[in-house]
Design a binder for this molecule. Structure first.
Ligand SMILES: O=C(O)CCC(=O)C(=O)O
Ligand SMILES: [Fe+2]
Length: 374
């Protein structure tokens, strides 16, 4: 709950957000910076006219993207099944992919807004200090602004070197699923620990159950500052939906690989989600920096000719025709850097020229709709 200090901080956030004019009206206390094309919030809906206006806006969005009554019924039924049994029919997930491409992500946003009306508790439980992180109210508001404007936000604080080392030490003794490229063939194998990883390996990933056996990692994933930031951005209570930990290695041909997410793509993991990149090694241009195109997380902004390819990977040469290379943002940073990423935008890793890049990546969402498909 709120300490006196906490409420002063919150006040500062309010004022700051207002000053940065991030907000569009009709939002209580002007605290939600994320409303854009339309507004599904039911605050201030005190007249039948408001209700009818809102209904016709939503119906126009659905008409504009040819969302049929059957589409809506399928989604409603699948959501009920998911709520009761925790599983989702694959066909509905595929339908969501298709609807994403058709509406440039707008439909996912509408569904998210229907399901999650922001709660006052989310605002009242903002945390700025924890065992590992300490940010100011101004930092909090800057992070929200960066996320809204660019889709990404690098926190002004890092994990210290000894924490990174402790995580990497733990990782030395875990099992890995590896992918190697040898004699023009992809080889998949299991390494019983880090030292067992063979030459020509491109990527080594740890099982989720192994990652979560580390108390330190679990504490960092559930850090209250991180959870506050993500909950505020997604306007809902979130929890960890999945976590990945992987090392990437130099490839002999230095060519990007689609299956290692080294070609441009957007993710489609839930209706809304946020990933946290925790870089455990220094990242330079040589050891595979993450790349994203700023400002394209927001629904409705992606080129329809790229989306019409379906859920496809896009080569650098193709992407260049839409977004010049000068607009690509490369995440080079020291070890310990924490970057929040709304990976609805175009993004990718890069093939390593040398060295190794180690990443711990929890992903947060208010739902697990697309996690267990049947
Ligand atoms: O390795 C990378 O930087 C790309 C990762 C990625 O695409 C993702 O985490 O969604
Ligand atoms: Fe991705």
């Amino acid at each position: 709950m709120f300490s006196k200090r906490g409420s002063l901080h919150l006040l500062a956030i309010r004022l700051d957000l207002r000053n940065t004019s991030l907000l569009l009206g009709k939002i209580p206390f002007n605290l939600f910076p994320l409303s854009n094309e339309f507004n599904l919030l039911v605050y201030n809906m005190i007249s039948t006219k408001d209700f009818e206006d809102r209904l016709s806006t939503i119906s126009e969005i659905f008409d504009a993207h040819s969302i049929s009554r059957d589409d809506v019924l399928e989604l409603l039924l699948a959501m009920t099944v998911n709520k009761k049994y925790g599983v989702t029919p694959s066909r509905t997930h595929l339908k969501l992919v298709e609807l994403f491409c058709r509406s440039s992500g707008l439909i996912q946003d509408v569904i998210h807004r229907f399901r999650h009306v922001p709660l006052r508790e989310t605002l009242n439980s903002i945390v700025l200090q924890s065992e590992y992180l300490s940010i100011s109210a101004m930092d909090f508001s800057n992070i929200m602004k960066d996320l809204k404007d660019t889709g990404y936000a690098t926190l002004p604080v890092r994990l210290d070197k000894s924490t990174c080392k402790e995580i990497l030490d733990y990782a030395q003794f875990q099992e890995y699923s590896c992918m190697a490229r040898c004699d023009s063939q992809d080889i998949r194998y299991t390494a019983s620990n880090f030292n067992d990883i063979q030459p020509y390996t491109l990527s080594a990933s740890m099982e989720e159950s192994c990652i979560l056996r580390s108390i330190l990692i679990t504490k960092i994933i559930n850090d209250p500052v991180i959870l506050s930031l993500v909950s505020f951005y997604l306007r809902s209570n979130v929890s960890m939906r999945a976590v990945s930990f992987w090392h990437s290695f130099e490839s002999a041909d230095h060519q990007p690989r689609g299956e290692l997410a080294q070609l441009f793509h957007y993710d489609l993991d839930e209706f809304r989600w946020l990933k946290l990149f925790i870089f455990l090694t220094d990242v330079t241009y040589k050891n595979g920096p993450h790349v994203f195109i700023s400002g394209f997380s927001r629904p409705g902004y992606k080129a329809s000719s790229l989306l019409s390819r379906g859920y496809a990977r896009i080569s650098d040469d193709d992407m260049e025709h839409y977004h010049p290379r000068s607009s690509w943002q490369y995440l080079t940073c020291p070890a310990g850097t924490l970057t929040l990423a709304d990976t609805r935008c175009w993004h990718k890793g890069t093939a390593l020229q040398s060295g190794v890049r180690s990443v711990l990546q929890p992903e947060y969402a208010p739902t697990t709709f697309s996690k267990n498909l049947i």
